[in-house]
Design a protein around this ligand. Sequence first.
Ligand SMILES: [Zn+2]
Length: 618
Amino acid sequence: MKCQPRNFAFNLVAWTLVCAVLCHAQPSAVSPGGENTSSAPDTVSYNISLADPEQHLVEVQIFLPAGRGEHELQLPVWNGLYQVRDFSQYVNGVRAKDRAGHPLSLRKLDKSRWEVTAAENGATVEYEVFVDAAGPFGAQLNPHHAFFNLAEILMYPVDGRNAPMTVRFDHVPEGWHVATSLASSQDGPFNAENYDRLVDSPVEIGNFQESDFDQGGAHYRVIVDADTADYDMTKIVGMLHKIAAAATSWMDDRPFDNYMFVYHFPHGPAGGGMEHAFSTAIDVSAESLKKSSIPLEEITAHEFFHLWNVKRIRPQTLEPVDYTKENYTRALWFSEGVTSSAGGTILLRAGLSGESRYLAYLAGEIAELQRRPAHLTQSAEESSLDSWLEGDAYYRSPQRSISYYNKGELLGVMLDLKVRELSQGRASLREVFEWMNQNYAKKGRFFADSDGVRDAAEAVSHADLKDFFAKYVSGRDEIPWNDVFRGVGLRLVEGTTTAANPGFSASHNFDGPMNVEAVAAGSEAERAGLEVGDTILEIQGKPAGQDSREPLARLHPGDTIQLKISRRHGERILSWNAGSHQEITFQLKDVDNLTAEQRASRAAWLKGEAQTAGAVRP
Ligand SMILES: [Zn+2]
């Protein structure tokens, strides 16, 4: 997933999290339609009723096949983000009955698990779920639309997670349509070969706009749920065409026939994308989209590339997904961060970005890492293991953590340049990904976290990368940026600028409230009464959210800052004058006496291709 704003002035870091990741599986085959009691004898069928959008209540029925007398039913505790979110907090009235409608005994085993007994002849488990979380990581039903990450609402039988699944939607309001990457027969239920595949398929139901296009033999659907005045479908389809072509040609692969993009462009705070094997769901705020298409392009390239990296090129530590607790992995620097590195290359190849914009972007990423004191105390692997803490404001503070998106993206660039150097231009990050695709994904294997990446990079560069991984991936060494970029004729120019200092830093969990994570001792912010943990409701009179950096970025030293905050005993308005501080800035500039060789290396790097003909293709 991605919802990573960068270069937040004043350490107002909106952080972001993680994509989780369910299933790298192949698409389910279309099977004949049928009743709720299914096509195959062991099929688990779901019925989801949308009868009560005003109350945001979804009614779920699970039809368990005849066979075993006891079944345990589990509702996942996490999905979409690498954070435990305990979706069972929204579940009401769990009950069970037999095929004749007689109640069956149902016992709660823990906060997210139930046991039904005497179910030899089949059973129906029913409950209602409150769903009103907007965005690609949520589940929502309201009078306007429904969007479901199905893992947040559907329990699975623990003994039947790998059984074929069908799902049917009932009481769909008049005029609404269903969009999902799940296969279905005409008017029949939607099918998946197992639960993992089912819940890797988000569903949009509503009166959305739809377009489609074909590219390179695949069919792409584009679903947009937004005010038609806020976007231009023709432009979006044009962008998607370019991104799909650039990514599939870069990977020399297209592991799907159909793919679906789902977009929401809500007014107010929004932002983020969630990857799936055959689709993606992306939210960008309408206000931000109006200003620039860049965030939409960046997030789309990132999520689309995930269809390889993390969905199919997948670390062993994420498999099998444990829906009952954390899956700890050291690989998110690669699965998330290097997905962004690849996204940057795809935008360059698609003609949607260019050299100067790309270099400014990288310099901004370097600034973000270097400004966080934690870049010397937390490694990329440790940041990955700690992703489960990202819901906590203190954890997100610059002295406590780095972002594996941020450092991982830079590590992707560094690994690309290192492989080029060691292979004398015969290989690049492209060959690393193609090697991983051929040797892991296509062979149904998962890779061994950072070691699996190192094996691939060493195979295509024919060199030892032990030091690189020890210093920068598992280690916390300061990165020698000028050495990193010398081969492509760039140097990092460090400067300082006098900037307004608000005296505090704040951040928010993906769609959560903005919280104060640090207040500088002796600052005007402290004297005004701001405290760590305060929830910021408004900044300069505007609701706090994804765009909150903007009013603060416009401040000059001495300007008045006004926050509306909420604390235990209610809301307060605080105001004070911004101080000033020296802030480090970075630019990537040509080295003196740029050589023809450096120019040629840079051109190949910006194309995302190995420099030497006859490159090492896996
Ligand atoms: Zn991602």
